[in-house]
Design a protein around this ligand. Sequence first.
Ligand code: PPS
Length: 278
Amino acid sequence: MEKGERLGYMLTCSAYSHLGIWTVPLARGPCCDSRPMICARQPASLPTPDTPLHPKTGSRKTADPFCAQPEDSRSLMPRTLDGQITMEKTPSYFVTREVPRRIHSMSPDTKLIVVVRNPVTRAISDYAQTLSKTPGLPSFRALAFRHGLGPVDTAWSAVRIGLYAQHLGNWLHYFPLSRFLFVSGERLVSDPAGEVGRVQDFLGLKRVVTDKHFYFNTTKGFPCLKKAPESSRPRCLGKSKGRPHPRVPKAVVQRLQDFYRPFNLKFYQMTGQDFGWD
Ligand SMILES: Nc1ncnc2c1ncn2[C@@H]1O[C@H](COP(=O)(O)OS(=O)(=O)O)[C@@H](OP(=O)(O)O)[C@H]1O
């Protein structure tokens, strides 16, 4: 690939922020509501702990993103030298309808990495995240089903995002399967070096990161880095990664598991990978 062509996207359904570098949201932002533009938060305006929380989402969003026409969007990415790869990660890309077309028009050679975990666990994780920012949120069960214990509510984003086969279908109109790497969120915990090894191979990198770099932190209950880059100290992900999940009744989990089964099987067929969720 030529200089400037080396773009990689992380499309995570259980996102792993520590792999993200710089956010270029392709979804329409405050300045893009009426124009098909692409906005980036300039590094100088990335959220800081002082940035006010968004009243609905509870996340820290900066105002005034910098916008450009789609064909200029490469200019929003950090410059790379020969031998460097630009990576960008935004969980919502995978499930946002207009994104595949936009990324394709920017660079059809982009490599796409999708991190997925069991959609039921993903939905509960999503709920745990919202609950931590929205005390008094209705129960998981009340949000997951319509009319009490009626049909599964696919309009609820925590449920909808887990319909991986549907989302992937949108991408396959623009990118062949060979441009994708599907990373198992479960194996990223049980065998981080193995999954990161696959990522390195997919990106055509030497396998520099190996099992020598990880250890299992029993307090955190997750793998952590023995040494953070440019530091001699171990580093785990932050408190919001790997937090305890609220208890969800077994029957609710079972119903959701049954609901997702056909979508999961379709996803295994489409990707040629069995993620072992069923
Ligand atoms: N090494 C390590 N340490 C901590 N957490 C790990 C790790 N590897 C994977 N995970 C899983 O990553 C999940 C958090 O990612 P998120 O999806 O919340 O990321 S993001 O905020 O949307 O970017 C988080 O989900 P929860 O357990 O629901 O918090 C973890 O299960």
